[in-house]
Write a new protein. Structure first.
Length: 162
């Protein structure tokens, strides 16, 4: 049986532990809407009562990232019905020198593993999508996208009708 070669989704030769800002999307396996109680249009960012039990575990895991990795800051994030978006900053020391940091892949792997352990099985797709933020305009666009994503849920490319 022939296997297709997997498309390379990371930048070759890029150090994903270097200081910078990263936009990350992690999807639930088969796009199942497991992270919200009521999936559908919303008039604003979902509050804690909209998150399902799984969604609350995911939210908790995201908030624990900076506790486990003090040089990683969560600039913004949202838990959507079947995916999450994170805007993560890897910060250097006071002089801007990079600190020893895990790669973004390791951080996401640990977060997904924590969620899977709490739930009792994995809910995640194998991979995740990343985008390296290149400038202030790029940062603002992705920050705004995260804030507006819940309101535009039905227009989202990951939306599936339930």
């Amino acid at each position: 049986m022939e296997h297709k070669e997997r498309k390379q989704i990371r930048l070759k030769e890029y150090d994903y532990s270097s200081s910078g800002v990263y936009f990350i999307t992690v999807c639930v396996k088969d796009k199942k809407p497991l992270l919200w109680n009521n999936v559908g249009a919303t008039s604003g960012r979902p509050n804690d009562t909209r998150l399902s039990a799984y969604g609350k575990i995911v939210d908790d895991a995201i908030l624990k990232i900076p506790i486990h990795y003090p040089n990683i800051k969560i600039d913004n994030y949202v838990v959507m019905p079947n995916h999450i978006h994170l805007l993560l900053s890897i910060e250097g020391d006071i002089d801007g020198r990079p600190l020893v940091a895990p790669t973004i892949s390791r951080v996401i792997q640990q977060m997904k593993g924590y969620v899977s352990k709490q739930i009792g099985h994995s809910i995640w797709q194998k991979l995740f999508i990343d985008h390296i933020i290149r400038n202030e305009r790029d940062y603002i666009e992705h920050y705004t996208y995260i804030d507006e994503n819940p309101v535009k849920w039905e227009l989202d490319k990951l939306y599936i009708e339930t």
